[in-house]
Ligand binder design. Structure first.
Ligand code: NAI
Ligand code: A1CAB
Length: 265
């Protein structure tokens, strides 16, 4: 079974790294990347073969990791080389299976997936949705592309825009919060490297508590919050600045942008 990754930028590399980490033989992976220097970099780093995207398109399973705005042109390029029975997995934000199916030969099994960048370190979270003609075996093959780099769940396609707002874009919100905490620590007089180390380990520890205790986050937050203490003073300020409401409206904007991308803009 040969797997191809067409578009090997941030996300394409994250999935490629996951496949290699999961034990997939590099000789069974083709990369179709239009930037020659980027292709050469990945060939050297992972031992995969880099080929023109039209050649990559003949693989048993083809993962498309180009920008949503580049997907139509990419499908026009590769459609003549696709055939019924192949599995085509797209990670392009907003792009529906129905639309992709309309661009490729009948019988190609289309799966829409929304991964995230922690896939690069084996801790990704991906949501997958089947198109109109995907067998269980074909779905399992698509899932194996993503599960090598973290967790993968199946969701109804109408929920893909919401999932994008939570886990697809979610790492960016976390990194944004980290930046804000480090800057605030520096403002409070800590050296930048000290503030960075404190924030990183705090994030890692809190994430590990969430995963290992399986306790509701509000309970974990209360454990930190002594009555009349320091944390209560900080949380009151976060509420005063509307941080919860800001997350709600940011994630609605993310969902809406995913819907707009479906229309091609
Ligand atoms: N970056 C992220 O956190 C996530 C991105 N995605 C989706 O993944 C896709 C890729 O995003 P990124 O990796 O961030 O973009 P990127 O810009 O880093 O990578 C896209 C790559 O595709 C290549 N490319 C474009 N057209 C091509 C073609 N016709 N043939 C061969 N190569 C071609 C580009 O040279 C580039 O290397 C997007 O559709 C995005 O919606 C999904 C989940 C998370
Ligand atoms: O920002 C974007 O459009 C992509 C999709 C999800 C994460 N990054």
């Amino acid at each position: 079974m040969v797997t191809a990754i067409i578009g090997a930028g941030v996300m394409g590399e994250a999935i490629l790294a996951g496949l290699i980490r999961a034990g997939r033989d590099a000789s069974t992976i083709l990369v179709g990347e239009r930037r020659p220097d980027r292709g050469a970099e990945l060939a050297q780093k992972y031992g995969v073969k880099v080929v023109p995207n039209v050649e990559a398109a003949v693989a048993d399973t083809v993962l498309l990791a180009v920008k949503p705005q580049d997907l139509a042109a990419t499908l026009i390029d590769i459609a003549p080389n696709l055939r019924a029975g192949q599995v085509l997995v797209s990670v392009a934000a907003g792009k529906s299976t129905a639309w992709i199916e309309s661009q490729v030969p009948a019988g190609v099994a289309v799966v829409r997936a929304m991964p995230n960048t922690p896939a690069l370190v084996g801790e990704g979270m991906a949501g997958l949705s089947r198109g109109s003609s995907v067998t269980d075996a074909q779905y399992a093959e698509a899932e194996s592309l993503l599960s090598g780099s973290g967790q993968a769940i199946e969701i109804p396609e109408y929920q893909q825009d919401a999932l994008t707002a939570v886990s697809g874009s979610g790492p960016a919100y976390v990194f944004y919060v980290v930046e804000a905490m480090v800057e605030a620590g520096v403002q409070l007089g800590l050296a930048r490297d000290v503030a960075t180390a404190l924030v990183q380990q705090t994030l890692y520890g809190a994430a590990t508590m969430l995963r290992e205790t399986r306790t509701h986050p509000s309970v974990l937050r209360e454990q930190v919050t002594s009555p009349g203490g320091t944390t209560a003073a900080a949380l009151r300020k976060l509420d005063e600045h509307g941080v919860r409401a800001a997350f709600s409206s940011a994630m609605e904007a993310c969902r809406d942008r995913s819907r707009e991308l479906a229309q091609g803009s």
